[in-house]
Design a protein around this ligand. Structure first.
Ligand SMILES: Cc1ncc(COP(=O)(O)O)c(C=O)c1O
Length: 391
């Protein structure tokens, strides 16, 4: 058996959906993108949804639309995908890294306020792997210091915090539709916001700065080329992706349901493995389960030294290698961005500046999870895990 880390859920519905834009000839940001935006808007409860080419470009536009610029500081968790911090760098702003909580892998609430300086303009919390971060503290700090909040909800479609969908609690939130996510359009992203002004700015910015989109013009709102008052970008989603997105949104409830069942089966099957900490879900949170990420923790991680971390890291890597040889794909969760070459060198950061993020980089273990995973495949994964650590 070969078990991948993930696999998109496509069938004939996606193949059929692609035919329509091909037949109509409308292949860029047209009626299908509009339909996809409306489906995500309704599902998330946001007032506005604007599609882009990726979550990275969605983050870029949301930050520009929120008024972040050169010299500003933006608070970001150190353990995330590199794109979170890159979006801040694109603006000439500075990402200020803070450490995470090792139980949730999300930004540590206690670290936010100490990171605020007179130059801080925004907080960029990440709802990592589909679990929302503790937004109460984020929003309180933002209110206290008059900061913008742009949520990186790349992984978090289907993730809720106290009944609110990821990406709808701050000034704006950004989703990803990369194939690792619960639904995919190949590449793709979306800005969610309740602020009509931000939605309008994103709409203009993603389309070269055009004051009116091609679709609006086509719908009879004028024949002449529009005005361009803003330096914009070409971050338009194609209608082929929009068509895929519409079908994927119809499947989303079933995808989330199956992933939750699989996650709960993993929780039960792995509960007695003392060396593996399964994902922690505090009360009031619904995990979106982009992925099922555990912490490899054969011994307590308090007072961690480089030597001990390196020993545990080697053990985790050996386990990943053995599983791979036996047909089970696993991955590390994500990376400690402050320790990546670009950030380390530019800001003179040291790996142990953010010890939990550094430990998470070395010890996270994502297990296979995808909606079409069968019970037999999952049992195969659990058996392989037990076999390889002698549990
Ligand atoms: C936390 C986080 N932020 C941003 C991104 C970037 O998303 P995209 O690949 O759609 O640009 C990802 C993608 O994996 C992510 O996991």
């Amino acid at each position: 058996m070969k078990i991948p880390i993930t696999k998109p859920y496509f069938d004939d519905a996606e193949k059929q959906a692609l035919i329509e834009p091909l037949n109509s000839g409308w292949v860029v940001q047209g009626p299908k993108v509009k339909g996809f935006e409306e489906a995500v808007r309704r599902f998330s409860g946001a007032a506005h949804a604007r599609a882009t080419t990726s979550c990275t470009t969605a983050l870029h536009l949301a930050l520009v639309a929120a008024g972040i610029g050169p010299g500003d500081e933006v608070i970001v968790p150190a353990f995330t995908f590199v794109a979170t911090a890159n979006a801040v760098e694109y603006l000439g702003a500075k990402p200020i890294f803070v450490d995470i909580d090792l139980s949730t892998f999300n930004i540590a609430p206690s670290q936010i306020e100490p990171a605020v300086t007179p130059r801080t303009k925004a907080i960029l919390p990440v709802h990592l792997f589909g679990l929302c971060c503790e937004m109460k503290t984020v929003l309180e700090a933002a209110a206290k210091y008059h900061l913008r909040v742009i949520e990186d909800a790349a992984c978090a479609i289907g993730g809720f915090y106290q009944g609110m969908h990821a990406g709808t609690m701050g000034d704006a939130g950004c989703l990803s539709f990369h194939p690792r996510k619960s639904i995919t359009t190949g590449e793709g992203g979306m800005v969610l916001t309740n602020d009509a002004d931000i939605a309008r700015r994103v709409e203009i910015l993603r389309d070269h700065g055009a004051e009116m989109s091609d679709l609006a013009r086509h719908e009879g709102k004028g024949l002449l080329l529009p005005e361009y008052n803003t330096l914009g970008y070409n971050y338009r989603m194609t209608d082929l992706q929009g068509a895929l997105g519409c079908v994927q949104m119809e499947k989303l409830p079933a995808i989330l349901e199956r992933k939750r069942i699989l996650a709960s089966r993993y929780n039960d099957a792995l509960a007695h493995l003392k060396w593996l900490q399964p994902p922690v879900i505090p009360d009031g949170y619904d995990h979106g389960y982009q992925s099922y990420v555990c912490l490899f923790q054969p011994e307590p991680l308090s007072d961690m030294t480089s030597e001990r971390l390196s020993k545990l890291h080697n053990q985790r890597n050996n386990l990943m290698d053995k599983l791979n040889q036996q047909g089970v794909s696993t991955r590390q969760g994500t990376h400690a961005v402050h320790a990546l070459g670009y950030y380390r060198k530019k800001y003179n950061l040291k790996p142990w500046d953010f010890p939990h993020s550094w430990a998470a980089e070395h010890l996270t273990l994502a297990l296979p999870l995808y909606p079409l995973m069968t019970d037999q495949e999952q049992t195969f994964v659990c058996d392989a895990l037990r076999r390889n650590v002698g549990a």
